[in-house]
Design a protein around this ligand. Sequence first.
Ligand code: ADP
Length: 303
Amino acid sequence: MAEAKDAKRYRFDGERVLHLADLDTDGGVSREDRDRIEAETKTLQEKICAMQDRLYADGREGVILILQAIDAAGKDSTVKHVMSGVNPQGVDVYSFKTPNTEELAHDFLWRVNRCIPERGKIAIFNRSYYEDVLVVRLRELNKTYKMPERCTGKKTSEFFDERYADIVNYEKYLFHNGYRVVKIFLNVSKKEQKKRFLERIEVPEKNWKFNAGDLDDRDVWDKYHEIYEMAINHTASAVAPWYVLPADRKWYTRYLVSQILLKTLEDIDPRYPKLDEAARMGLADCRRRLESEGKKKDAEPAK
Ligand code: ADP
């Protein structure tokens, strides 16, 4: 059995350069490892659940978990997995789709900033402001924006270098305001994506997930991955690290995501609020009142 590799192996925080071609997409695990890994994932989930309760009670820090990937890499099932292990009251999920007219009429962080959770909560972003340096760069959508010449007339590299810098600063801003931003790229192989697309075409219950347009992105696989690589290398930082996770085996990806979320919560180290003296005395009073209820009733003469 393969040793489960630690998520740290896939962490990029600005200390080293990412070369996507050097990273594995299957985690080096095989089918025989599945039961053991799934059991470990369950244990991690239980720990996450306990930590999340503390995070919510503490209310001093918030977590933003960003999921980015090309199609069929497993974003939706990863969201489902994270959600299944936590108290829904403390988690918000947001999906960022093609911006509407109102969103396009604003700066690119506008729609995202409205989804920042209150501290104490976890927000999962299914896609995010990273689309603004990924699909926008791939499809050169920046050239179509209704913005002044000083913005749209820039060289492509200059336009996106500025956006990377804006993102880095925004993530620092969030950190300074009590948030941890954790970014995950689900790194699926071209072969596995093909298999999943074919499944979506062949299995009637999965037909709805298939979109012919997804094949267009597949056609520019190398270019898209180059754009991902650039975006990750420009925005990986100690306060907002990227994890480039192998995504060919969903059960292994889930294990790594659980590890990362638990580690983030452990780093935050949330504590249940401690009551001050006055509040403790208040509680003691309430306890006496509750206890005396029964005694009063017992003391009442029978009618
Ligand atoms: P998903 O693939 O996440 O399940 P959809 O099939 O609805 O959801 O795809 C959402 C689409 O929105 C993707 O093609 C994505 O590239 C696009 N999108 C998200 N954000 C932006 C953006 N800022 N600019 C342009 N397109 C975007």
